[in-house]
Design a protein around this ligand. Structure first.
Ligand SMILES: [Zn+2]
Length: 69
């Protein structure tokens, strides 16, 4: 995991991230999101699309989300 994921990889995994379905990719997705404002924006769009609210987000997503905002 020298280079981590690119934006395309991460976008494909956002729904899984929000559903707490990531396992080995989780660290890399979090790592990328922490560094990439565009993917965080995409994450917010995914939240809107799936009707996910901050308080109903899975714990992992919620923790990261609050750290980034
Ligand atoms: Zn990105």
């Amino acid at each position: 995991m020298a280079e981590g994921m690119n934006c395309e990889d991460v976008r494909d995994l956002l729904f899984m991230f929000l559903n707490n379905e990531l396992d080995e990719e989780l660290e890399e997705v979090i790592d990328h999101l922490a560094r990439c404002p565009e993917c965080r924006l995409a994450l917010r769009e995914h939240m809107k699309l799936s009707g996910l609210l901050y308080r109903t987000m899975p714990y992992v997503a919620r923790t990261c989300y609050s750290a980034w905002n």
